[in-house]
Design a protein around this ligand. Sequence first.
Ligand code: NLE
Ligand code: FE2
Length: 301
Amino acid sequence: GAISTASLSERVQQVSVTPPASLREVDSGKILGFGADLAEDHPGFRDGAYKRRRMDIATLARSHEVGEPIPELDYLPEEIATWGTVLRETSQLYPTHACQEFLHTFPLFDFREDRVPQLEAMSSILRQCTGWQIRPVAGLLHPRDFLNGLAFKTFHSTQYVRHHSRPMYTPEPDVCHELLGHVPMLADPRYCEMVHKIGLASLHADNKQIWHLTKIYWYTVEFGLIREHGEIRAFGAGVLSSYGELENMRSEKPQILGFDPFAVLPKMDYKSGYQKLYYILDSFDDAATKLGAYCDKLQQA
Ligand code: NLE
Ligand code: FE2
């Protein structure tokens, strides 16, 4: 998902808190990073053709209206090759590293190395499984808008492909991350229930609470782990879409803590490579119960 982090916190302060009444009222145009403007340390920064392509894809996303089908994109041979590499490599680790829910829903999407799946096709499978849908977005969306989308069972998704020079890890969301990390998980009803709670809580949250919910989102939906029969498995999309992150999660390097939505959560970090800290859930039901308690507290406050 396209969600901003850390240094953007000041900009969050300027947002009004009138909750949107429908998805149409969720602004998908406040892009805080990535999208078409690549930072100097981005692997595609010096690649003019890549930057022009990113610009075109961002324009396509901006043209989308709620209720219309997501425009199809003809992926270039180089983009298909990158997707194929990401799919082939991450798939080797899924049987041993991905959670059961992911392994169960993954085959529904018929992922193939020679074809980048279209968001519209993915969205229609999700609608049938869980009632969730995808909305295209040009880049990293403002956290409030992104989280508000979840309340309407809508996942804002990028459509561009990461730069071919680094298929195993990208600091930003791209379509490989969305398709391999988020889409299969969003076909699981119990997982969706947990994510929906984050979205609903965001509707009435003040800016400080939005910041905490963004961290909750980050440490679960993006980088969460789950305990299964005494083993550590990944359900976070940022782990599932990156071969390097999947390996990192199982190495001796990171710290792994039990997840508690009431606890103070550390600053999010995507700039310095693999995560140094992951949070682990006992189950999605348990997490949804705890999140429910946190959200009730928000509403009473
Ligand atoms: N590092 C992830 C990947 O390479 O797929 C993307 C994380 C986006 C938050
Ligand atoms: Fe994501």
